[in-house]
Design a protein around this ligand. Sequence first.
Ligand code: UDP
Ligand code: MG
Length: 311
Amino acid sequence: MNTLSVIVPCYNEEAVITESYSRLKKVLEGIKTHKTEIIFINDGSKDRTAEMLTDIATADKQVKVLHFSRNFGHQPAVTAGIHCCESDLAVIIDADLQDPPELIPDLLETQSREQANVVYCVRDERKGESIFKKLSARLFYRSMNYLSEVNFPLDTGDFRLIDRQVMDEFKKFREKGKYIRGIISWIGFKQVPFLYQRQARFAGETKYPLSKMIQFASTAMLYFSKKPLKLATGMGFITVLIGIVYAAYTLVGKIVGYTHALSGWSSLIILITFFGGVQLLTVGVLGQYIGILFDEVKDRPEYIIDKKDNC
Ligand code: UDP
Ligand code: MG
């Protein structure tokens, strides 16, 4: 019989774990075509998530739990789930029930009907999220497509079904800063969309504050695009051009006796701050890429597992 794992990253999710598990369990019990299991990743939670997950795993041998030694982040948690998964298929889903577990049978059906390697879920509508979250997400997915050489599906998170072939390829990715949805698009094979409505969080707060959102977006952009470097070079060219034009203007002014071009502290200050700013910005962009090289060269593990339940 074919096997299916459901990968669920959890960080401080005590308010949703019980409901999340019972809804997932109900859905999985209804699936007769596959032998199923749930892999929870406790991403260094500071609340009761760890105990609750261990209790669930003690009572239900079809539940595996990986406990991280500290909070490593959502993407390392999903990565650990994929690394640990031995099934033919895996579904990646959030713990907060924003992605309805009831859609899993539909994903399976789409996968087998289309003979697809990936069924990725596209957010048709997002309920219960702030205007800022919706707007920043829209902007993010669109600028990713502008910046990157790969074309990513728009408004698509990590909620998706992937098969063994994709998981095996994913395991070969050694980069530490993982933008998982990007990597899976990049891997290729047959990928089909599945439209759904993203629900409001069942309970608790988002675990993606602005600082984590910025971190996530910059990892995605820096790992998938060299365009910021090209833009920096372009900006260099434009400022050089401005300099040349201004020098010509000054020279001609001197020759024809139009001395106004030579005087003026304000123009001097404006030019100094402008060029200074452009230079710092360019150095900053370079610095971001050097930072990535620094992290990658260190070759530290992406996550550390403290203990495992049922695996
Ligand atoms: N998450 C995690 N580690 C983190 C942050 C989040 O494992 O450092 C998990 C979280 O428990 C949830 C999923 O990642 O299952 C998505 O997080 P959340 O729902 O808070 O993000 P949002 O939907 O608000 O973008
Ligand atoms: Mg959420």
